[in-house]
Design a protein around this ligand. Sequence first.
Ligand code: UTP
Length: 294
Amino acid sequence: MPHKPFKAVIPAAGLGTRFLPATKAMPKEMLPVVDKPAIQYVVEEAVDAGISDVLIIIGRNKNALSNHFDSVPELESNLVKKGDQDRLAKVQESSDLADIHFVRQGEPKGLGHAVSRARAHVDDHPFAVLLGDDLIDERDKLLARMLGEYDKRGATVIALMEVDPEQIHLYGTAAVEPTDDPDVVKVTGLVEKPKKEDAPSNLAIIGRYVLDPKVFDVLEHTEPGRGGEIQLTDALQELANMEDGGVYGVVFRGRRYDTGDKVEYIKAILQLAADRDDLGPDLRPWFKEFAAGL
Ligand code: UTP
């Protein structure tokens, strides 16, 4: 039986401790990347892949997120009065993007726990999970590829990226076998943040998943793992080993920006701004001057 259209789930209930104090009263997914909050890029990516229903998992500081995707009548009428159509369109963009829903996580007990909060909304259908602090360049279509792979293989699909072995301890890492497609691997095992010498490969899990709904049953009994948190990686490991489960990985070779890390966040802003027609021409010569003075 064909499944219902994919819904997207964006967990945004983490504490964002690496960005304190900026994240004291604001979720890290609301940090601006040039002139849009990071999460707006992620919602746009889901919409671009054909998804129109988005569930955001919210924690403390939920208001900033829900307000951003709501209309703001007083701001809009002020811009209408001024005849500022460009800015009006920018303000309305986020509220018109998709059908956006919110659910509370309550306590930040880990990414796996956050995903389990989506069960009532997505029901018994496959769904996409996009991490709100992981940006994929809009020119590199990863999610659409993963949705297509789910439909082809009928099993969970995760996104993997080759990383420098010196960095592998920062990521969930996959043990894999090749398939008939050079960009797709079968995942045989997963380890959360291994030491370099224990890593089964240099393929790191990045923040895009297309999950089979079986993951919800698995998450019900997944015990807290690394850091005392319910880890999605642990649930995926169990899914990979299940006879009626299976996990595939799409190896992504495009541009990704990890806005959860300070240095990577700053790089993302510089790269995206330099590529923009309205900002690049002023910025690029300054980058050269700045670099020459270092
Ligand atoms: P991270 O571990 O990167 O987020 O989780 P964090 O815990 O907020 O970050 P730091 O390390 O303290 O700075 C990956 C994603 O999962 C969400 C986060 O919001 C982020 O998008 N998450 C994490 C939840 O929604 N709930 C949780 O309990 C944990």
